[in-house]
Design a protein around this ligand. Structure first.
Ligand code: DAS
Length: 359
């Protein structure tokens, strides 16, 4: 009698286990895309002391599985799983973090069972990561970078909806081939030119060239596509890059002198992004300093501290004569990354300028 009841119990247990397994397999329904959320930290993983703390909180606290559990609607969109690559505030990102993250994203994109990738990220350097991935990951699968301006513990937190939107975009077939995307505040921006333009609002991110599309109630509406080279059409391949040459940014202002530039050159900078005034203008006192640095072999890239517009070649300065490069419409923080990648290939200034026009 004893033996019979234990067999019955084991059988019941096995049947229940089998049912759960079957359920889990069906919940990874083949008709749903597979999306991996690669988590790096930031405010979207942040937590504040009270619901009133929308700006005072600790970033990079909540693990990725809790982020996913916090948006149960994700399972209606895709088969979602999470990977915690880092748990840091993004102002602490280094080149090493960028390389590690891009290599992981590249490896995931190669997997046949991955249809789209979401990267959760702090907003402070989100634009640098989205641009770097756009330049180096060879895939046409959607890669969507997302963050939030308020921690999940705050009233009207924006992280849940931003994450829901990002997974919807990553799961959308028509998001393929558009390069790396940034999904913030219902906008779908190009990872190339998305920038954090307001540091205290949920409408923080924009591009001077406008969003590529918008996402409403989980549906992506597209209006434009990128024209600059990216992902599959990029000459930079993260799988072949293991380090980045040092490139620094020197900010210009009235009364600026060469101290910062000289210090960068002394520490081995291969290029200096000069964040000039106006259209990348260089003060009279600084022109000979930059020419001197150029003769010492440092690449000079004229960018602008002005958020929008683009630097014209040979306008404010005779770039051909000085052998300088212009950053086109790239903000200094993005020009730094493009210059570093370009310098893994060449230090020929004509080639460097071509790269700035094309990416
Ligand atoms: N410190 C900011 C960061 O991690 C918080 C955020 O906005 O995500 O980028």
């Amino acid at each position: 009698m004893q033996q019979k009841s234990s067999c019955k119990r084991i059988l019941t247990h096995l049947l229940a286990g089998g049912a759960a397994l079957a359920l889990s397999l069906t919940s990874w329904a083949a008709d749903k895309p597979n999306v991996v959320i690669v988590a790096t930290g930031g405010t979207i993983a942040g937590a504040g002391a009270t619901a009133a703390n929308s700006a005072t909180y600790q970033a990079a606290k909540v693990p990725v599985d809790k982020l996913i559990a916090g948006v149960p609607e994700l399972k209606d969109v895709a088969n979602v799983r999470g990977e915690q690559v880092f748990q840091i505030a993004s102002e602490s990102f280094t080149n090493a973090h960028l390389l590690t993250l891009a290599k992981r994203v590249s490896a995931l994109a190669k997997q046949a069972d991955v249809d789209g990738i979401v990267v959760t990220h702090g907003t402070d350097t989100l634009e640098e990561t989205s641009f770097f991935l756009n330049l180096t990951v060879h895939t046409d699968k959607p890669i969507v970078v997302v963050g939030s301006m308020r921690p999940g513990s705050a009233m009207s937190a924006d992280g849940m909806l931003n994450l829901y939107n990002a997974v919807n975009v990553a799961a959308a077939k028509d998001a393929k081939g558009k390069g790396v995307l940034v999904s913030m505040n219902d906008d779908i921006l190009s990872g190339r030119d998305a920038s954090k333009m307001v540091n205290i609002k949920t409408s923080a991110f924009s591009s001077q060239w406008g969003p590529l599309g918008s996402i409403v109630e989980g549906k992506a509406y597209w209006f434009r596509a990128p024209v600059k080279r990216h992902t599959m059409n990029s000459e930079f391949d993260i799988d072949k890059i293991d380090s980045l040459p040092p490139v620094e940014i020197a900010y210009a202002y009235g009364n600026v002198g060469p101290a910062a530039h000289d210090a960068f050159a002394k520490t081995g900078a291969k290029a200096i992004i000069n964040a000039g005034t106006g259209n990348g203008s260089v003060g009279n006192a600084m022109v000979p300093e930059l020419q001197r640095l150029r003769t010492q072999g440092v690449i000079i890239v004229r960018a602008s501290r002005v958020p929008d517009g683009f630097v014209l070649r040979n306008s404010e300065q005779p770039d051909d004569k000085y052998d300088w490069v212009v950053a086109h419409d790239h903000k200094p923080q993005k020009a730094r990354l493009l210059a570093a990648l370009a310098l893994t290939k060449t230090s020929n200034t004509k080639e460097l300028q071509r790269i700035f026009w094309e990416y």
